[in-house]
Design a protein around this ligand. Structure first.
Ligand code: FES
Ligand code: FES
Length: 160
């Protein structure tokens, strides 16, 4: 067992973890932050995306011990303490960027990382950035619209 300490959504946490404990297990099972989903466990679907030191990271693809000292942000940290949605979350709601919602935490965290890096992405840049996030419901169109809207860009009315 190895002791790890990190900040998760601004809160300092420490725990003993096994070397094989994945960050996603640590978040979900250790901290009860089950908003980070597991869709594949093989770094393909993006449901588990969180931020590690500001970078979008698939939490099923990194060991918890390798995040010692890191600043981790999860979907639970996106809304304000009073429950007010972040602008990206609100845009997903406004533009129907989700159906079953399973992919949504990862989509929102990827979108947040994208807009941090590139505050006014083109539609092509949004689609390229989301290559690692799979959604089986929406066809992606409304997700892309939501992210463009969240970036403050006009969103063309298009066929749903
Ligand atoms: S659960 Fe991590 S990419 Fe699918
Ligand atoms: S909304 Fe169902 S997987 Fe994306």
């Amino acid at each position: 067992m190895t002791k790890v300490s990190m900040r998760v959504n601004g809160r300092p946490v420490s725990a003993e973890v096994e070397g094989r404990t994945l960050l996603v297990q640590f978040l979900r099972e250790g901290l009860g932050l089950t908003g980070t989903h597991v869709g594949c466990d093989t770094a393909q679907c993006g449901a588990c995306v969180v931020h590690v030191d500001g970078r979008a990271t698939k939490a099923c693809n990194v060991f918890a011990m390798d995040c010692d000292g890191a600043e981790v942000a999860t979907i639970e940290g996106m809304a304000a303490p009073d429950g007010t949605l972040s602008p990206i979350q609100q845009a997903f709601q406004d533009h129907h960027g989700l159906q079953c919602g399973f992919c949504t935490p990862g989509m929102v965290m990827s979108a947040a990382a994208l807009l941090d890096e590139n505050p006014r992405p083109t539609e092509a840049e949004v689609r390229e950035y989301l290559e690692g996030n799979i959604c089986r419901c929406t066809g992606y169109h409304n997700i892309v619209k939501a992210i463009l809207a969240a970036s403050g860009q006009p969103v063309a009315v298009a066929a749903e």
